[in-house]
Ligand binder design. Structure first.
Ligand code: GDP
Length: 313
């Protein structure tokens, strides 16, 4: 067990959905949390990252910083997704390694797995087949990050670990209708349909695809657990093990928001992959379990959206 008490914890990427959830959680636990605005340290510049780590002397580093975006953004800006993410993770890991931090946690995502990986996707599916081409830029950078953490572990003897979260939602999400994921998009659509008195609300695709969703506060809880209880070269999946159809998610969101009209499924929009579930048995076997069910989690995300366009509480 790695003891977090008295440790100085740097959350790189503290403004994002995941980073802000981590800051909330760590602060609530009474930890000393370090954050750096872009004006203080540009994560793309190695000298700035090294100077920051040398000055602030974190004991623990969490890499929640990344260039993220949906399918359209990946297609339009492949250099940003590949180059920027490589720079961010390489710079932070090198600075943390030189400072001999006690622990580092790197975050990836489920898109690191091959497009046709067997479901549910276990950790050992990594690098067993071709990637989904639409997000390969981001995925390649994240796979390099996992391997870099593993390499520092092997060559420098450092306690660097990697975690791969499933689809996330919650406060601080992106609510832009063309670039967002399904949950924030449908929260916004349901609210607009309710307020305009519309009879229908449009859901993309057939409604039959299966997805696994996790509230970002559950992720923060899992990551704190992993910092304390996980130390191994292999990355570890962080999911709930619960699958739900898009139609069910859409209806639950409509109920949450109070939209009483009909859901219309727009077949001209893509379904994407029919099923995307992570195998999180390793994490669950360590004794961690999610606490926030989908209905409660959606109610919380909706509250946050109303309170300030999805910004973190
Ligand atoms: P994915 O998990 O990578 O496929 O990403 P998304 O969260 O964008 O989409 C998940 C599923 O929700 C897909 O089957 C979409 O077609 C469906 N979906 C239904 N309505 C919407 C919507 O308004 N926006 C998005 N992004 N997806 C939607």
């Amino acid at each position: 067990m790695f003891d977090l008490s008295g440790k100085r914890i740097w959350v790189a990427g503290h403004r994002g959905m995941v980073g802000s959830a981590l800051v909330r959680r760590l602060a609530a636990d009474g930890h000393a949390v370090l954050t750096a605005d872009r004006a203080r340290v540009d994560l793309m510049r190695q000298a700035e990252v090294e100077a920051y780590v040398a000055a602030e002397k974190p004991d623990v580093v969490i890499i929640a910083a990344a260039r993220v975006g949906g399918i359209a953004a990946n297609a339009a800006r492949p250099v940003d997704f590949l180059h920027d993410n490589l720079m961010i993770e390489a710079n932070i890991m090198r600075a943390a390694a030189e400072a001999r931090v006690a622990k580092l946690l790197f975050l990836g995502s489920s898109c690191i797995y091959p497009r046709l990986a067997p479901q549910p996707m276990a950790e050992d599916a990594l690098l067993t087949g071709p990637l989904e081409p639409t997000n390969q830029w981001y995925a390649i950078a994240k796979i390099a990050g996992i391997k870099l953490a593993e390499a520092y572990r092997q060559q420098w003897g450092l306690d660097f670990i990697s975690a791969m979260p499933t689809n996330l939602y919650g406060p601080g999400d992106n609510y832009d209708l063309e670039s967002s994921h399904v949950i924030p998009a449908l929260i916004r659509k349901a609210l607009e349909a309710r307020d305009s008195g519309a009879e229908t609300m449009t859901v993309w695709g057939s409604g039959t695809p299966l997805r696994e969703f996790m509230h970002v506060d559950d992720l923060a809880d899992a990551l704190v657990f992993l910092l304390q209880h996980y130390s191994a070269a292999e990355h570890i999946n962080v999911g709930t093990g619960q699958e739900v159809t898009i139609a069910t998610v859409a209806q639950t969101i409509a109920d949450t928001v109070g939209f009483t009209g009909r859901l219309v499924f727009d077949a001209s929009r893509p379904d994407g992959t029919p099923r995307k579930l992570m195998d999180s048995q390793r994490l669950l076997a360590l004794g961690w379990a999610p606490r926030i069910g989908l209905r409660d989690g959606l109610a919380d995300a909706y509250r946050a959206f109303q309170a300030g366009n999805g910004a973190a509480r």
